[in-house]
Design a protein around this ligand. Structure first.
Ligand code: NAD
Length: 457
């Protein structure tokens, strides 16, 4: 069985404890590899390597740094099948999704920031004829990058690439639930000529590694993506030593649908926004708000389209719903469905385990689930589920739609569907959300900021 190693100072090292954790394939429920159960000693070693690499990496000409990052991007694309397969086995997501979304975007993260660093302009302000002021950007030093399991390589590289491009050196911790693509990336970084110590990867449990990654005085900034619960802990620890912190956290994202929308397009997009990656994307639209006159028609079409989703072995082509990422997440999502029923919700489709034959009979598959009839204040409508479970609610006025959309503690991403551009702009402005898409979903341009408001970040 493959044993993943830590990547420290350009070398693949076992954890100092000699202990390993099991890594599961969610589509079978079987252990398929092991990862280091590292502790603070491994993190200290990685921080030392990053600190020693910092002078050379930060002083290297930007063009040279950019060339190395661009080579990493190309290596990712050359190895797209290997990486997509690894991501599919690690996460339970359909291989087609890993192939068209996760892996190309991971390559793009490196290529985009390799160019961005060359094009970054300093701001200049002239104070009458008295002075010329300019901003100067310099790398802060060693940074910690902590990432979640849902888009493991995509989000991991979205942190690492800009940090490296800026001249920082990195100690990164992928999620212990999905460590494989980060391990493969380390090999590609060596092949691409990334200097030893510029990127270090320590595998293991967040609870064990987190304090050292956040509190060690050599760490100058922490970039975290994950749950609001863990983000809150990190923010407290990092704040105590005035570290720079970036927190990308949970969401409960409204999909706001008006009766004058392009109906077919909206149904298609709402299904994608609800269930892509089994609903395990922070920006997934899980709170679907529909204008009353359209409610019944939309509901019927939405259920029909959801029931057409092909759930199966994520390694099979043509599958568009795989397994959820782990047994504990499976239990959590099934628990949320049960709670929704206890809260008075009516399950319109799904709500149960999908049983697959053969090797997949032990996998963690949940049928895409649609629920209606829940109060806005129910826990189901307030809290992030982060799985293939969405709720439907109707609204009568624009104001009511905005109130419902803003009724949770989160504010990450929303989408508004209407044929009326003025209304789209009006509603978008009033929804408290880091991103509001109008008549589209998950269209990203890396030049625009990404982030949430309220408890999303
Ligand atoms: P999580 O918070 O449990 O874990 C995220 C990472 O933090 C993992 O690497 C984990 O090991 C580590 N960690 C855990 N405890 C830690 C601690 N005490 N100190 C430091 N690190 C610690 O989240 P998850 O279950 O991996 O991911 C799902 C969550 O991530 C969802 O809430 C989802 O909305 C969120 N997410 C947000 C975005 C975004 O851009 N806003 C993107 C993807 C996922």
């Amino acid at each position: 069985m493959e044993r993943i190693a830590n990547f420290i100072n350009g070398k693949f090292l076992p954890p100092l404890s000699g202990q390993y954790l099991d890594n599961f394939n969610p589509a079978t429920g079987n252990i398929y590899s092991q990862l280091p159960d590292s502790d603070s000693r491994d993190v200290k070693l990685a921080i030392k390597a990053a600190s020693e690499a910092f002078p050379q990496w930060s002083q290297m000409e930007k063009i040279q740094r950019a060339e190395i990052l661009d080579r990493i991007s190309k290596k990712i694309l050359e190895n797209i099948e290997i990486l997509a397969t690894a991501e599919c086995i690690d996460t339970g997501k359909p291989i087609s999704l890993a192939r068209i979304l996760d892996i190309p975007r991971s390559a793009q993260n490196f290529s985009f920031f390799s160019k961005a660093i060359l094009e970054f302009e300093n701001e200049i302000f002239k104070t009458e004829d008295v002075a010329v002021n300019f901003t100067d950007h310099s790398p802060v030093g060693v940074v910690s990058c902590i990432s979640p399991w849902n888009l493991p390589l995509y989000l991991f590289t979205w942190k690492i690439a800009p940090a490296l491009a800026a001249g920082c050196t990195v100690v990164a911790k992928p999620s212990e639930v999905t460590p494989m693509t980060a391990h493969l990336l380390a090999k590609l970084c060596n092949d691409a000529g990334l200097p030893a110590g510029a990127l270090n990867i320590v595998h293991g449990l967040g609870t064990k590694l987190g304090p050292e990654l956040v509190e060690n005085p050599t760490i100058k900034a922490v970039s975290f993506t994950g749950s609001t619960r863990v983000g809150t802990e990190i923010s407290k620890l990092a704040g105590a030593s005035f570290k720079k912190v970036s927190l990308e956290m949970g969401g409960k994202n409204p999909t706001i649908i008006f009766a004058d929308c392009d109906f077919q397009e909206t149904v298609k997009a709402a299904v994608r926004a609800a269930f892509l990656n089994q609903g395990q994307i922070c920006i997934c639209g899980s709170l679907i708000l529909i204008e009353k006159p359209l409610y019944e028609k939309f509901k019927r079409a939405f259920i029909k389209a959801t029931e057409k989703l092909n759930q199966g072995d994520p390694l099979d082509e043509g599958v568009d719903q795989g397994a959820v990422v782990s047994k504990s997440h499976f239990d959590k999502v099934m628990g949320c469905i049960k709670l929704a029923e206890q809260e008075g919700g009516k399950i319109l489709t799904g709500g149960k385990v999908t049983k697959l034959p053969g090797l997949n009979s032990g996998g963690w598959f949940i049928a895409p689930t649609i629920i209606e009839g829940l109060d806005q204040n129910s826990q189901t409508n307030q809290e992030e589920i982060f799985g293939p479970v969405v709720t439907l609610q109707s609204f009568e006025t624009e104001d009511e739609a905005i109130t419902l959309a803003n009724a949770t503690r989160y504010g990450l991403a929303a989408s508004v569907w209407t044929g009326n551009r003025d209304r789209a702009n009006r509603v978008a402005k009033q929804v408290a959300s880091g991103i509001v898409w109008t008549n589209c979903w998950m269209l990203r341009d890396l030049r625009t900021p990404f982030g949430g408001v309220k408890d999303s970040g």
